[in-house]
Design a protein around this ligand. Structure first.
Ligand SMILES: Nc1ncnc2c1ncn2[C@@H]1O[C@H](COP(=O)(O)OP(=O)(O)O)[C@@H](O)[C@H]1O
Ligand SMILES: [Mg+2]
Length: 254
């Protein structure tokens, strides 16, 4: 039984996590700890094992060995939805937005989608002031209130990617896993994405995979470099930027 107070408990802890696909060791012995409010990035060349690591954390793949702990609880054998219920959210590349509905309606549906009652008439749903209040809170927090009545199809690609993250926040996660949130964005949109992420609730932990180093250095307080499935080095953005080893395998070549 863990008697620590919640504040001292890591949101997420990986202990010797490994995954093999046949003879290929995609993730090897990864150990890391994420505390409430931590902003951590995982970087590394293509094929380093970053997405596989996310799939192990979120329960998409079973691990070959090692453990995943959420708030001290061993969830290694838990399916994804149970991890989500405990406070883990992940955004996917595939969009879950409804382009012909407004920003607000998309958020309302995301919140409603988490609740149990199905087949509820829209008019009935509209009367739920609790759901509305939550939607407004989410949109305010994400600085989206000015666009709440805009149909999603009229948002820029960068704004749509941000909105997907807002929808991910509907489940009140304690940790948000983002796999390349700036992928496919222009450099201006990437800068806006970084600014958007930096404005999110400081208590929310973020684990970020990202190729755009400007976004990584803006958002992350700590960076781990994955190379052939292993953590090659972890440290502050400055330590990683100055690491000869890291420059050799990653920064210099990408
Ligand atoms: N489902 C899978 N089956 C077999 N091999 C896989 C699978 N997913 C990923 N791999 C392999 O694992 C390695 C790591 O891939 P991945 O985690 O996607 O890397 P990254 O996200 O860092 O680019 C690669 O060699 C990839 O081909
Ligand atoms: Mg990947």
């Amino acid at each position: 039984m863990n008697t620590q107070k919640n504040g001292n408990l890591p949101v997420l802890e990986l202990k010797g996590l490994s995954k093999s696909f046949g003879g290929l060791h995609a993730v090897r012995d990864v150990t890391l700890k994420i505390m409430p409010g931590d902003r951590k990035a995982i970087i590394g060349p293509n094929g380093a094992g970053k997405t596989t690591l996310f799939n192990l954390i979120t329960g998409i793949f079973p691990s070959s060995s090692g453990q995943v702990l959420l708030f001290g609880q061993d969830v290694t054998s838990w399916p994804s939805h149970r991890r989500t219920a405990m406070g883990m959210a992940r955004t996917f590349q595939i969009t879950h937005l409804f382009p012909k509905l407004t920003v607000l309606d998309n958020v309302l549906l995301a919140i409603k989608g988490l609740r149990s009652s199905k087949f509820v008439m829209w008019r009935f749903l509209s009367s739920y002031s609790e759901v509305y209040d939550k939607a407004h809170h989410l949109l305010e927090q994400a600085a989206f209130m000015d666009r709440k009545d805009t149909e999603v199809r009229y948002l820029s690609h960068g704004e749509q990617r941000q909105l997907e993250i807002v929808l991910g926040l509907a489940s009140d996660p304690k940790i948000l896993l983002l796999d390349e949130p700036a992928a496919g964005l222009s450099s201006g949109e990437s800068t806006e994405m970084a600014e958007f992420l930096m404005k999110l609730d400081p208590k929310l932990a973020i684990l970020l995979i990202e190729h755009d180093m400007d976004v990584v250095f803006d958002v992350a307080h700590n960076i781990s470099v994955l190379h052939f499935g292993e953590v090659l080095e972890s440290g502050s953005p400055a330590q990683i930027r100055d690491s000869a080893k890291v420059q050799e395998i990653y920064l210099g070549t990408d």
